[in-house]
Design a binder for this molecule. Sequence first.
Ligand code: IVH
Length: 493
Amino acid sequence: MTEASIAAQRIEQLRAELDGHNYRYYVLDEPSVPDAEYDRLFRELQALEAEHPQLVTPESPTQRVGGEALAAFGEVRHEVPMLSLGNAFEEEDLLAFDRSVQSGLGLAGDLFGGGVEVEYSCEPKLDGLAVSLRYENGQLVRGATRGDGSTGEDISSNVRTIRNVPLKLQGEGWPQVLEVRGEVFMPKSGFEELNVRQAESGGKTFANPRNAAAGSLRQLDPKITASRPLEFCCYGVGQVSGELPATQVGMLEQLKAWGIPISRELKLAKGVQACLDYYRDIGERRMGLPYDIDGVVFKVNTIEDQQQLGFRARTPHWAIAHKFPAQEELTELLDVEFQVGRTGAVTPVARLKPVKVAGVMVANATLHNMDEVARLGVMIGDTVIIRRAGDVIPQVMAVVPERRPADARDVQIPENCPVCGSHVERTQLVKRSKGKETFSEGSVYRCVGRLACGAQLKQAIIHFVSRRAMDIEGLGDKTIEQLVDEQLIASPA
Ligand code: IVH
């Protein structure tokens, strides 16, 4: 055997092994080797391909780094249109949907009940962007956005950089043409990290994971997309040559066996009450999920029944999105006040026109520090996007610049502490390296009053008596505040 054919063989072996590890990691959620071993195989493949560039193929696991930047996206016509879904907001909307499915299938009962329970596939409604991935002979040949449902944009180079999108299908028996459809999204942790990176490098930060996913996928330079933590989750198919299993759940499970990632939360429910249980259960776990969902989707499980039920304009009669209450709302920033903490840190707090977010009235939101105020570019009077995720403190995510009134005012840090009147100073950061000290401005402002400042004193005593310090029982925050206000105590001692 020649040196080149030995290399070709080893390359094949490495690709198959890496594809297998990717499949177990991303699709089965069962990592099979430590990261270090994966990296070693990956580097070996990279080195061999560098020595033998004629052996590089687009399906190689090394080819996810993103190729050349484009001048514009091409157009893609969807042979099978990409539809949207009708919405249910209340339980009653879902019950009405179920009745219409039953009557459409001739299963409805009479006045005395007796309707047949319909089987539904239950899936989370991921909050990202719909895409269509086209496989021909098991190879990924194209990726497209939904666009207007009939025509989308060709984002092939970008979807190839998404780690859990297989460039090549696993197993066997796939149809010659297979379009899989699903959502591209950014997991919450990746979104947080991306925003930190962006802020550090002076780049644009994103208001929520959905915007970050959209901004990352629609990049003319696929190298940028490659650097963003995007994931894909399949929920259906478009054009398919040949047969697939006869149910929604069976079909998704078949796609999973071919290496396409599907939701871990996919379930089959018998009857609408089981759908409501699913909605409640996942609603309770919503905050703990690693990605944002804005509801759940129920689909009639039997494909033949789906065909019988058909479509109305752009939405199917056989599926519905049952939405959760929104986690983001618009409201007005009425004022910014400054709070003083235990260490004297003076932090801006947004006073808002009260608005209901995810079922709870919100009138205050944290602004963290003055750097955050600058990053948001927020002014008093602005319309802002408020986000409240679970028990997390409501946050100001972004400003709506188009709605800025003419009399909007700058947010200014007070010169004197709002509680004790002492001077407010910007903290300095000191960096020591090789015996030299360099100073830079910190993001925190501090009241210099120490324990002479009522706010700092209260917080210091609250801290002093707390469980993790002296653990003094029966002395609550309210009592401490009163004792300090009445000047009955002046120090922890
Ligand atoms: S099914 C014919 N399933 O929601 C059915 N859509 O409003 C077409 N989405 O554009 C869509 N998760 O971007 C379906 N499990 C899911 C989904 C889902 C998220 C998005 C998708 C679609 C929009 C429909």
